[in-house]
Design a protein around this ligand. Structure first.
Ligand SMILES: [Zn+2]
Length: 261
């Protein structure tokens, strides 16, 4: 009886210490990123998520050039907020990973989410194959063949953990969309919050709109990166075609420290 109680306290203590270390680490990383004193190093890890040969062929043909839009977008938007003459992020592509990351239920509660994020960190540490310097942010790209008709589950970005998990289709037709999703999740790791309704996907006014001052308000023609969709008319939402049609709004810029520069 006494022994089992002792074990329970020990287990709780270990868990609390782990959570404390993880929280401190995350706080330090975000403080460092938000100072924008040097480029954020982002490493992308492609994963063949459905094990298909066509998915693998696509992954094998990937190069860093396919992700240049992400760097260009961040540079352009940071420039609008007065961050001039410094590079915002450098995006590198690692060799494909064979292991699949732990799964998460999108309906997961707080405890499952915390547990999953710890498992994800552990998995990430164990499977890291990046030979270069320690990345600031790791984004795992789970590719699925577009030939197998399916709805992809949500991508996510862990602000506390500097890890993103992106689900995308393995096709050149989806490069622009994938880059948009990668950038959205990357912004989460920088400290940005979602600005759309999680039930309806509607961007939230005003912060989720690219042009909230526009009159008439609709149709919008661009998306805010954390708003996610372009609201054309009531009930009509579209994904932006590429990052050329996306902006970083003031609220997002504030959250990632661009307004205090
Ligand atoms: Zn999001």
């Amino acid at each position: 009886m006494l022994k089992s109680r002792w074990f329970r306290s020990l287990r709780i203590t270990v868990l609390l210490i782990t959570l404390f270390v993880v929280a401190m680490n995350a706080w330090l990383s975000s403080a460092r990123i938000q100072s924008w004193s040097r480029p954020v190093w982002v490493v992308l890890y492609p994963i063949n998520a459905d094990g298909r040969a066509d998915t693998q062929a696509y992954i094998n043909a990937l190069s860093e050039e396919h992700f240049e839009d992400v760097e260009r977008f961040l540079q352009r938007e940071a420039h609008r907020y007065g961050l001039v003459g410094q590079s915002i992020a450098e995006v590198f592509l690692s060799t494909p990973l064979v292991a699949l990351p732990p799964e998460i239920d999108i309906e997961a509660g707080v405890f499952e989410s915390i547990f999953w994020s710890l498992k994800m960190r552990w998995w990430s540490w164990k499977n890291d194959n990046w030979p270069g310097p320690e990345p600031d942010v790791r984004i795992y790209l789970q590719y699925f063949s577009p030939q197998k008709k399916q709805v992809l589950s949500h991508s996510l970005g862990l602000q506390k953990g500097m890890i993103g998990l992106v689900n995308g289709f393995a096709s050149v037709d989806y490069i622009a969309t994938n880059n948009f999703v990668i950038t959205h999740e990357l912004m989460h790791t920088f400290g940005a919050s979602d600005k759309y309704d999680l039930e309806t996907n509607e961007p939230i006014y005003p912060d989720g709109f690219a042009d909230p001052q526009q009159r008439p308000l609709l149709p919008q023609v661009r998306a805010e990166i954390m708003g996610g969709r372009v609201k054309v008319s009531p009930g009509w939402l579209v994904m932006p075609l590429s990052l050329d049609d996306v902006v970083v709004g003031d609220k997002t810029a504030d959250e990632i420290g661009w307004l205090s520069m």
